[in-house]
Design a binder for this molecule. Structure first.
Ligand SMILES: [Zn+2]
Ligand SMILES: [Zn+2]
Ligand SMILES: [Zn+2]
Length: 56
């Protein structure tokens, strides 16, 4: 089974045990699954900047 990366546009985190499935896509964390609607940081990697990118 190949590694699957998060469906969040700017996130390159690999889906792990905490992966969230939504709309047929896999997200690395709840924050990504919610498209960082509330500014949640990426929970998979502390230095992942996908949350910032999502907010422009
Ligand atoms: Zn990430
Ligand atoms: Zn992610
Ligand atoms: Zn994200």
């Amino acid at each position: 089974m190949p590694d699957q990366t998060c469906a969040c546009p700017h996130c390159k985190c690999v889906l792990g045990v905490d992966a969230v499935m939504k709309d047929g896509k896999g997200y690395c964390c709840e924050g990504c699954a919610q498209h960082h609607a509330h500014g949640e940081p990426c929970a998979a990697q502390a230095n992942c900047e996908c949350a910032k990118s999502a907010r422009g």
